[in-house]
Design a protein around this ligand. Structure first.
Ligand code: IVH
Length: 713
């Protein structure tokens, strides 16, 4: 009661603005966690990282961001040094998702019931099955780590992690020592593979943490990560004390065993053989409506379960259909995941901190009484910006509701006004930077610290410069950046390239090997080219697309700085080249306001110094382009890619097209030559058909790529 709905919270803000802001936020988070991962200090689970990537793609889809402007999607392979890798007999795939926050291409929300009906109808069509003659099985979707188990003559002989889906790490010793799955199956001979999920039940994880606390050791912040960590212990002695459990749910192949004909019976059969299977939690449903009702009702049970679930899995019950459905390289078509609406929890707002970002932007952050939400303990959450904060009238001392956007980024979504205490304190927008005390600037809804030497800004800028999205400096994660700033007085990207072995070796956790790695990382980064340098310098209004455009137009930092100098000194000839009405080229199409800001900043003494220093340090300040070998039939043609392709990621397909001399565009028009369509291609495919554009599949693209390279003109 009294809890604001999402819609109420969103009112008065156009959806699009909110999505754009979230996209930016999610993008930053991805860069941040990638850096933290490399540094080994991320507390984010692989699953949560996948979710973050999914959310990014979802927002990018709804905002119709062209493929070529998106972040690359790198699968989080979980190989750990020292573990033997084993190939999976059949790939371990992901699941397609039905989510409560799906939007169509017009930004309209698509109810989850509609998504499921669509999925179910497709399956009935694929299988040529009449209405409602396709029973479904609903199972909980446990948030653990997937494992593939090999049983020979009833005995567990091998356990392997999912890894990159094709091959994973051999964790047989760990799984056996943890006693997480049956060592022997009762009454089952032959050879078979069983797949399932290893997880840490809440009570066992809490008990483990209690012991750690008593011993004064660092706690395990979330059960999923903790479980993954335990299963990668080199010395598995004593693992049975942790209480890791499993839920076994799939038998992808058997030899010398006969399986019952339905998934529900397979689960009962596994239970009889001694496996952990939650027979009480699963339900056979005759219709999609029934499955939906069961999933909806299950959300209520969620909090009282002794394990974390992040949704349900809806499967076709009859196994004979599995082989008849093709699926994609990403997910099978015989199952789909149903995601719950994000969990929302009340907690106390203890304070509001102000963070300084790389561009000096000040962001309010909620400091909370720790609360367990969607799998992690949250003590800080985003409050977006000061306008949002004032609109929600969030006050220190209030009881606030916290939820994770896309189950990842904790944010305060509203206040429980009925619990407001008289002592609650309204927040006053800062007039000076909390770190360097310089007077702030206000621009639209944002507040900035204008001092580029502000210590927080320096640190954030360097973290960004080193991040994967920018210069991708191996060995230079967030905490290493902090150290070189604090101890080696590094202030600018130039200083990074001038760091010496002697200084680095004295840092904490920097042994010879890490120093070598970092120096090699810096050396490799020197050749990344002008686009990455521009992205890395965090110039306002210069994101990936703008950086690419500038590089394409100018070709070198020298030409760009020359232009900036003339622009800033009021050279009419140069100024008149810019303007959205002049055309659609990089410079011709640029908004006046962006141009003023970008060229003024590029012309500043600080940035000129940075470019000069980078050049001296040997950093390449020219365009770096992939070698293009024109292929007849592709070169000069415009492609649009849509849907999920069987083997290639869309970005990979785009790369192949571009390196054969073709262009890739985000939207279908009369000028489009080919639409490359995969599974679940939506409105773009429809538009292609309407405009009679040639539609090809991935196999056709491979054929086209085989054509003889055409003669360069
Ligand atoms: S069926 C093609 N059933 O969720 C994969 N998966 O997001 C078929 N998971 O990789 C898997 N509970 O690790 C299935 N009842 C369940 C599950 C389940 C959890 C995990 C599994 C899978 C991931 C996909």
């Amino acid at each position: 009661m009294g809890e604001p709905t999402r819609d109420q919270l969103k009112a008065a803000r156009p959806d699009n603005a909110e999505d754009r802001e979230e996209l930016q936020n999610v993008r930053d988070q991805i860069a941040f966690y990638e850096a933290a991962y490399r540094d080994g200090d991320s507390d984010l689970t692989d699953g949560a990282f996948d979710e973050l990537q999914d959310r990014y793609q979802e927002l990018a889809d709804s905002l119709q961001i062209p493929q070529e402007d998106r972040l690359d999607r790198t699968p989080g392979a979980d190989h750990t040094d020292g573990f033997v890798q084993r190939e999976h007999r059949m790939p371990m795939l992901s699941l397609e998702k039905l989510t409560p926050n799906r939007r169509d291409t017009h930004g309209e929300s698509v109810p989850i019931a509609e998504q499921l009906t669509h999925w179910y109808t497709r399956r009935r069509k694929d299988l040529e099955i009449p209405e409602d003659a396709l029973p479904l099985l609903v199972e909980p979707k446990i948030d653990g780590i997937s494992v593939s188990l090999l049983y020979v003559d009833g005995a567990l002989s091998r356990a392997v992690t999912r890894g990159d889906g094709k091959k994973g790490d051999d964790i047989t010793r760990q799984v056996k020592a943890a006693k997480a799955v049956p060592a022997k199956l009762k009454g089952v001979g032959g050879t078979l593979e069983i797949r399932g999920e290893l997880y840490w039940p809440n009570h066992a994880w809490e008990a483990w943490n209690k012991k750690l606390e008593e011993a004064g050791e660092k706690l395990v912040t979330n059960p999923r990560n903790g479980c993954a960590g335990l299963m990668k212990r080199k010395d598995p002695k004593g693992l049975h004390k942790a209480g890791i459990r499993s839920f076994l749910y799939q038998v992808p192949w058997v030899e010398g065993v006969t399986l019952p004909p339905t998934q529900s019976e397979v689960l009962a059969w596994l239970a009889q053989a001694g496996a952990d299977v939650y027979l009480d939690e699963i339900r056979v449903c005759a219709t999609a409506q029934e499955a939906l009702a069961y999933c909806g009702g299950y959300n209520e049970r969620r909090a009282s379960l002794p394990y974390e679930i992040d949704g349900m899995v809806i499967k076709l019950d009859e196994l004979r259909h599995y082989g008849q459905l093709e699926g994609t390289g990403h997910h099978p078509h015989w199952a789909v995941a149903y995601k719950f609406a994000p969990e929302r929890k009340p907690t106390k707002l203890l304070g509001i901190a102000v963070q300084v970002g790389k561009s000096g932007k000040l962001t309010p952050v909620a400091e909370l009484e720790p609360v367990f939400v969607s799998g992690t303990t949250v003590s800080r959450a985003s409050l977006h910006n000061f306008v949002e904060l004032a609109r929600k009238d969030v006050r220190v001392g209030d009881t606030v509701y916290v939820e994770k956007a896309g189950e990842i980024i904790p944010q305060v979504v509203g206040v429980e006004l009925s619990e407001r205490v008289p002592s609650s304190v309204s927040f006053v927008r800062p007039t000076v930077c909390p770190t360097c005390e310089t007077g702030v600037l206000e621009e639209e809804i944002f507040v900035y610290c204008p001092n580029p030497a502000c210590p927080d800004q320096v640190r954030e800028r360097l973290r960004h410069f080193a991040s994967r999205a920018a210069m991708d400096i191996d060995g230079l994660g967030a905490s290493t950046v902090d150290q070189v700033v604090d101890q080696l007085a590094v202030r600018s990207p130039v200083d990074l390239f001038n760091m010496q072995r002697d200084g680095l070796i004295g840092l904490e956790r920097m042994a010879d090997k890490s120093v070598d790695n970092l120096l090699a990382g810096l050396e490799a980064a020197k050749g990344r080219g002008l686009t990455r340098v521009l992205i890395g310098l965090a110039i306002r209004h210069v994101g990936t697309t703008m950086a690419e455009d500038l590089t394409r137009y100018f070709g070198s930092a020298e030409a760009m700085l020359d232009f900036a100098g003339r622009y800033a000194s009021g050279d009419q000839e140069v100024i008149e080249r810019v303007g959205p009405d002049k055309g659609s080229g990089a410079i011709e199409g640029m908004a006046r306001k962006s141009a003023d800001s970008i060229f003024t900043e590029l012309n500043s003494a600080t940035l000129r110094e940075v470019f000069a220093g980078l050049g001296e340090a040997g950093v390449k300040l020219l365009a770096v382009t992939a070698a293009i070998e024109a292929v007849e039939g592709i070169a000069g043609k415009t492609f649009v890619i849509t849907g999920t392709l069987p083997t290639l990621k869309r970005t990979e397909a785009a790369e192949k097209i571009k390196s054969a001399g073709g262009k890739v565009s985000g939207s279908v028009s009369k000028k489009t030559d080919f639409v490359l369509a995969g599974v679940d291609a939506g409105s773009k495919l429809a538009k292609a058909q309407k405009l009679e554009v040639t539609v090809i599949d991935e196999a056709a693209l491979f054929e086209m790529l085989k054509a003889t390279p055409s003669d360069p003109e």
